[in-house]
Design a protein around this ligand. Structure first.
Ligand code: NAP
Length: 421
């Protein structure tokens, strides 16, 4: 039988597969992400969203003895196939095991009604709330140019704080230069960085993923560099003091330090590439990184008279002083970008979340969404996803349309992209 497995050498532990799996067949510990053979039905929902392709492994194993979760959690590399004939097929290239499994899975899924029940208009497998295909006009991304086996070295050329000094939120704008190493990226893509050192079991730390905050032609135009937006993490999700390994490493980097990078990753959360495209960007905190990249791309295109669309931004932060890039953002002309700031802890102001502002601007949001040139990008805290989708639902309802239909259409057309953590 073919067992669905995740390649621990390639996986960047971004949690996308676990979030996407509709039947909770994927789990993880501090070492690995793993697939439970007893639950996985090969529905393939997790395969397209995986930024690295680590998920797309189908190993020949003896029927009745798949690799257990305990085995998988301890792997450093995938084991060899158990079944000679299956291994031979893969080695020959005469039949791709993954392709065969995919075809079988697609057939099984279609037979079980999985695709038709939870797919977009064109039978595109669902990946949760967002599209699993890029906007039709998106440029072709490069992915996985550098992997765990051949990371590239980048040099830090800048590390600036983009929140006020006296606030709790230490958010950094970090610029990395790749020198002569080719590192082509698109807005919306991400990279991953290896923090130095080992965990408590003596294993090298895994790479951590960050969205790129600069446009495709570089933080500085025509330089081979890019930027990241990184928040220094000092507590775990329960509020205990546990400094984040990679965020603290990155926030403390000095000019001329070097870092080990893999990527780029991501082939769906990409901006449309035609001049009439409109963007509705909804983000919280450091989820603003891809929005900054897209906005700056549009601004540069506008200067070249190659952009004619509309930008609408909903940006949530605790206070104005903790909102990354507040100064530069407010310098952008109002006729270029429609900025809506949702501040949740600004003294003397009522608590506002991005979804509150979407409701307030419902008429404009619905009108823009009605235009087939409009794409929506949502990035930031996991918690905001539901509220934002409800607010979009309400806006569409006010315009006399049905959200389930509009939502399915947006997903199928690659016009709704969600990246939340
Ligand atoms: P944060 O400061 O904790 O929160 C930003 C704002 O979101 C605050 O105003 C917060 O309000 C509000 N918020 C909290 N719960 C919300 C909800 N349910 N709906 C709407 N708004 C809500 O943000 P952060 O620490 O920067 O975190 C941003 C997230 O983006 C992280 O999870 C990060 O992993 C993710 N991300 C980062 C990158 C990157 O490249 N750095 C890329 C993609 C995603 P209150 O706290 O006052 O309630």
């Amino acid at each position: 039988m073919k067992q669905h497995l995740i390649d621990p050498e390639v996986c960047i532990r971004c949690n996308t597969c676990e979030e996407t799996c509709p039947i909770d067949a994927i789990t993880h510990d501090s070492n690995n992400y793993v697939v439970d053979a007893a639950i996985c039905n090969h529905c393939m929902a997790c395969v397209p969203p995986c930024p690295t392709g680590a998920i797309d492994n189908w190993l020949s194993v003896l029927a009745g003895s798949p690799h257990t979760l305990e085995e998988q959690l301890n792997w450093e590399v995938l084991p060899p196939p158990q079944e000679e004939s299956g291994a031979q097929l893969e080695a020959d290239g005469s039949v791709s095991a993954a392709a065969a499994a995919r075809a079988a899975a697609a057939g099984a899924a279609a037979a079980a009604g999985i695709l038709s029940e939870d797919s977009g208009l064109d039978g595109v497998p669902s990946t949760g709330a967002g599209s699993s295909v890029p906007p039709w006009s998106a440029a072709q991304p490069q992915v996985n140019l550098y992997t765990h086996k051949n990371p590239v070295t980048a040099t830090v050329v800048g590390n600036y704080r983009v929140t006020d000094e006296d606030t709790e939120s230490d958010i950094r704008h970090i610029v990395l230069d790749f020198g002569a190493a080719p590192f082509p990226v698109l807005e919306g893509q991400s990279i991953a960085i290896f923090p130095p050192g080992t965990d408590s079991s003596g294993r090298a730390f895994h790479a951590r993923q960050y969205s790129i905050a600069s446009p495709r032609d570089g933080e500085r135009p025509r330089y081979n560099n890019l930027s990241l937006t990184v928040k220094r993490v000092m507590t775990d999700s329960a509020g205990n003091v546990v400094p984040g390994v990679c965020s603290n490493y990155l926030c403390d980097l000095k000019k001329n330090d070097t870092v080990q990078v893999i990527g780029p990753f991501g082939s769906t959360f990409l901006m449309p590439n035609h001049p009439e495209a409109n963007l509705i960007m909804i983000c919280t905190g450091t989820g603003s990184a891809p929005m900054r990249a897209m906005t700056e791309r549009c601004r540069r295109q506008l200067k070249e008279k190659a952009f004619n669309g509309r930008l609408m931004l909903f940006f949530g932060a605790r206070t104005q002083r903790e909102l990354p890039y507040f100064g530069p953002l407010m310098n952008l002309p109002a006729d270029f970008i429609d900025i809506n700031l949702a501040l949740s802890r600004e003294p003397s102001q009522p608590k506002r979340y991005v979804q509150d502002l979407i409701r307030e601007r419902a008429v404009d949001v619905a009108r823009l969404l009605d235009n087939e040139n409009t794409c929506v990008f949502i990035c930031g805290l996991k918690g905001m996803e539901e509220g934002v989708l409800h607010a979009l639902d309400a806006a569409i309802g006010l315009a006399g349309q049905e959200w389930p239909e509009v939502h399915a259409k947006l997903k199928a057309q690659g016009r709704l992209h969600v990246e939340t953590y």
